[in-house]
Each structure stands twice: as structure tokens, then as C-alpha cells.
Design a protein around this ligand. Structure first.
Ligand code: SF4
Length: 354
């Protein structure tokens, strides 16, 4: 398919405030479309204007793992999954607090606690409120929780306890949602995002790209998250863990992943865009270019998948001449030996653009 849209039309759409059209978005996402370097140049300019050269480091704590009754087909914790994961009930407060301290010492700006399950009970929310208060008293960390679907009242209570941010991902587009989950709807996810915003919480709401969705779906996700006022958008790239219900559609290449990051940056210029799960596997050697677009990343791994070694990721930040927002200097963090972590299952790596 011949694509006639060029970078000047994208610039005009941004300058005039009309926003990027569906056709322009498809040209951004197509490897035969706008040249990648032109897109990167435009996206990097926006990133530098709003966020300078700073990278926000996030560290995830999977505070509870497995036995979720929902059937999200991409998720190793789902009832529909036979993935071999370490199932455990909620970690003790001592363990969660020790991991918050460790996250601070590893240079984290934000500490994210993730809980399995559909929706928290009021007792669970009360418990989270205590953890949030303690962490905020002890360390200069921003705290984010991912508790599942919450009511407006629960969101208000979490905010009152000092919670900075609530994570609830949309994951995919409205029209594709029923393909990846049947136990709840896209609209239910949107309601939680709205409840959190209304309570005054910052909202982190992201996507998983590479689950079989179309480029139109990717455009719709970037548009919907902008309309919802997401403060942070983690862009995850699907990691097909063995045993999850969703089979790998095999759609991702490093170039396409970069184009996806560019589209989210162009359509959400002031939003924190994160290179999230799967960056090692799917962006591969193009990860440094991703940081010219995204301004945050996860360090050290994801919910049920290993990530790259801390030092390798931090070296990318240093080599780019970027900085991190942390009390711990980047050079000190680079001296710490962390175990070398393997990136699993690279046997079917794909070419840069196919
Ligand atoms: S994504 Fe969340 S709600 Fe869905 S199965 Fe996994 S833990 Fe449960």
C-alpha cells in the first residue's frame, strides 16, 4: 500500500492542535510509511521539550501472584493460564517495606505495588492505605498501586492516605477487548480510570502491543488514553509466556515497537510514556533509541517475566547522556553488581522490519 503522508503533515497536525488523524497514525506505524529517523527526530524534540533528558525509573513489586479468577488471555496469573509461575498470597508488610527500601536504594523514583485479582475488598484497601502511609513516611518515593478495579470511594480513600498514582491498564482497544478477555469489559476498566482521576489520583494506564490487534486499534488506544487524561502510559510489548492462553501472533519487530512509542509520544506529548514490559525482547538493540521517545522505564523485571540486568539498563541511560531522578547518583548505581539476568526465549527473534 503506497503511503503518501509525510512528516510535514504530522508536524502541521501537531502545530495546529487538530491532532493526528487515523491515516496519519497508520503512516507513523507503517515501516513503509514515514522514515523512522524523521519520526524519531520529531518525537525526541517533544520529549526534550517536556521532560528534558531525564528518565524516571520504576521498580515493580509483584506483591501477590497468581490465582486470579479473571480470564485475561495474555496473563500468566489468569484462571485461563497454565503457565508455571510462583503462586503466592499477599507478601508480608515487612517484605513489601523491605522491597520499597531496596527500590529506593536501586535508584527508583516510583515504587509500584501490583496485586492479583479483580477488585480489592474494603479491608484490602484499608491495608494498602497503611502500607502507602508507611512507605511515604520512610522514603522519598512516589507510590503507585495496581489493585484491580476500584470504586470511587476506594479511590478517594487511597488518595487520602497519600497514594500518588493508581495503575489500571486498558491493555487493548475497545473493539479488540473481547478477544483478550471475557470476564470483564473494556468499559469496566475505563470506569476505574475515571474513578481514580475523579479522586485526584494521577493515573497510570497502559497498553500491551502485539496481541493480535490492528494498527487502527493502536491508534484508538493512544487516542482513548489521551481523552481519559492518563498521566502515564506504560507501553508493554507482549511477552508470550509459555502456558498463557494467548498464542504469540508474532507481529512485533524492533522498528514497529519504536514506531508505536513514537505514536504514543506524538498523540500524548505531555504524558509520561514508559518503555515497559518486553522492551528487552522486542526493542532489542534499539532500546537506546526508545529513550529518545519514552521518558521512563521499568528496571529489573516485570510481573512474571525477567528483565535485563539493572546495570545494562542504567548504562544505556548514562551512554545517552541522560539523567535519572533519584537521590542515588547514577554513577553509584552503576557500580553495584546485580545478577546477570537472562532474556528468555530469543530463538524466534524477528528482523527489524518485516
Ligand atoms: S491481568 Fe490482572 S485481572 Fe487480568 S488475569 Fe491478570 S491479574 Fe487478573
Amino acid at each position: 500500500m503506497a503511503i503518501s503522508i509525510d512528516i510535514s503533515q504530522i508536524k502541521s497536525a501537531l502545530d495546529s492542535g487538530t491532532g493526528i488523524t487515523r491515516e496519519q497514525a497508520l503512516a507513523v506505524l507503517s515501516c513503509e510509511g514515514i522514515p523512522l529517523l524523521s519520526l524519531l527526530d520529531l518525537s525526541a524534540g517533544i520529549r526534550f521539550r517536556h521532560f528534558g533528558r531525564e528518565v524516571l525509573i520504576h521498580i515493580l513489586n509483584n506483591a501477590e501472584n497468581g490465582r486470579c479468577p479473571e480470564d485475561c488471555r495474555y496473563c500468566a496469573q489468569s484462571a485461563s493460564s497454565s503457565a508455571s509461575i510462583e503462586v503466592y498470597a499477599l507478601k508480608s508488610d515487612e517484605e513489601i517495606l523491605a522491597e520499597a527500601r531496596a527500590a529506593h536504594e536501586r535508584g527508583a523514583f516510583r515504587y509500584c505495588m501490583v496485586f492479583a485479582g479483580s477488585e480489592p475488598s474494603d479491608e484490602r484497601v484499608e491495608h494498602l492505605m497503611g502500607l502507602v502511609r508507611t512507605i511515604k513516611e520512610r522514603w522519598p518515593l512516589e507510590v503507585c498501586v495496581s489493585p484491580g478495579r476500584v470504586t470511587s470511594e476506594q479511590a478517594r480513600r487511597l488518595r487520602a492516605a497519600g497514594l500518588d498514582r493508581l495503575n489500571h491498564n486498558l491493555n487493548t482497544s475497545s473493539s479488540y477487548y473481547s478477544e483478550i478477555c471475557s470476564s470483564h469489559t473494556y468499559e469496566e476498566r475505563v470506569q476505574t480510570v475515571r474513578a481514580a482521576k475523579a479522586a485526584g489520583l494521577a493515573v497510570c494506564s497502559g497498553v500491551i502491543v502485539g496481541m493480535g490487534e490492528t494498527k487502527e486499534d493502536v491508534f484508538q488506544m493512544a487516542k482513548d488514553l489521551g481523552a481519559l487524561g492518563a498521566d502515564s502510559i506504560p507501553v508493554n510489548f507482549f511477552i508470550p509466556l509459555e502456558g498463557v492462553a494467548l498464542k504469540d501472533p508474532g507481529a512485533l519487530t524492533p522498528e514497529y515497537c519504536l514506531r508505536v512509542l513514537c505514536l504514543f509520544r506524538l498523540m500524548n506529548p505531555r504524558t509520561e510514556i514508559r518503555m515497559a514490559a518486553g522492551r528487552e525482547r522486542h526493542l532489542r538493540s534499539l532500546q537506546p533509541l526508545g529513550l529518545y521517545v519514552a521518558n521512563s522505564l521499568f528496571l529489573g523485571g516485570y510481573l512474571n517475566a525477567q528483565g535485563g540486568a539493572d546495570r545494562e539498563t542504567l548504562a544505556i541511560v548514562r551512554d545517552l547522556g541522560f539523567s535519572i531522578r533519584s537521590e542515588v547518583p547514577l554513577e553509584d548505581l552503576l557500580k553495584v553488581e546485580h545478577p546477570k539476568v537472562r532474556i528468555k526465549d530469543q530463538k524466534d527473534l524477528r528482523p527489524f522490519c518485516k
